[in-house]
Design a protein around this ligand. Sequence first.
Ligand code: HEC
Length: 147
Amino acid sequence: MSVKKIILAVVVLTVVVLQFFVKKDNVSSYESVASFEKSFNVPEEVKTIFRASCYDCHSNHTKYPWYASIGAVNLLLDHHIEEGKEHLNFSEWSTYPEARQLHKLAEVYEEVEEDEMPLKVYRLTHGDLSEKEKETLILWAAQFKEH
Ligand code: HEC
């Protein structure tokens, strides 16, 4: 067998094997973030941005795109969701002490202001926040800024 064929076989096998590990289980109801949205009286236009651009990785409620069914892609998505939730999970908001909640919202300000969030790969497929969305989110989160 030529080297090329061996490489191709390995790639095909990897793709097939990965397919067995596809995981799309981060699907609690949207209700799980209600406590966060209520607790800080999050304005409607800010909720819309969280819903469209943040909860996929920062809550137990991911809206999986079709390509999440592709094993290799799924692996990456799943990793981002796990890591995102570890840092900040709006579905577990009510379990955070108030100081932690405030600190996390201060971080929302920083991350968005510095253009770190949403993750760059996510923006490739979901698009960037518009200037207006970014401004809306920053203006709202600024009240939590730590001095
Ligand atoms: C594709 C998944 C993904 C999306 C979408 C996403 N994040 Fe993140 N977020 C992560 C990951 C992974 C981390 C941890 C690693 C890092 O900081 O880069 C993180 C970290 C953070 C942190 C830092 C928390 C801490 O304790 O350090 C904040 C704040 C944050 N994200 C806010 C947001 C906001 C606001 C949005 C929406 C505008 C958003 N993220 C969208 C994956 C995501």
